[in-house]
Write a protein that binds this ligand. Structure first.
Ligand SMILES: [Zn+2]
Length: 105
């Protein structure tokens, strides 16, 4: 049985053979995944995990959470609802969370 610290999903098993043919099991940290858009799943642009906080996010609204296309769509929906052209019930429940966040902003 592996040590409790290696039972986490963030470690992967690596099989190695020692010089005398002995079979060894090593554990390696899995590589992290780059940030993705919370709505469409596309990888976020302009973000590098190397460097300071300003390189790990965008300074615009929903930076580091939504991609540019989804942000534009949410802002449009928010504006339409504010001006009474659409109702909050007309948009999908996934978008609604971000529109409400935008309107509270
Ligand atoms: Zn997106």
């Amino acid at each position: 049985m592996p040590k409790p610290m290696y039972r986490s999903g963030s470690y992967r098993k690596v099989h190695r053979v020692a010089p005398k043919g002995k079979h060894l099991v090593h554990y390696e940290r899995r590589k992290g995944r780059n940030p993705h858009c919370a709505l469409c799943g596309k990888e976020l642009n302009g973000i590098s995990m190397n460097g300071g906080k300003s390189r790990r996010t965008n300074s615009r609204i929903f930076g580091g959470v939504l991609c540019a296309n989804c942000t534009a769509r949410i802002i449009k929906l928010g504006s339409r609802i504010e001006h009474g052209d659409m109702k909050l019930d007309d948009i999908s429940i996934r978008d609604k969370a971000y529109v409400l966040q935008l309107m509270a902003h």
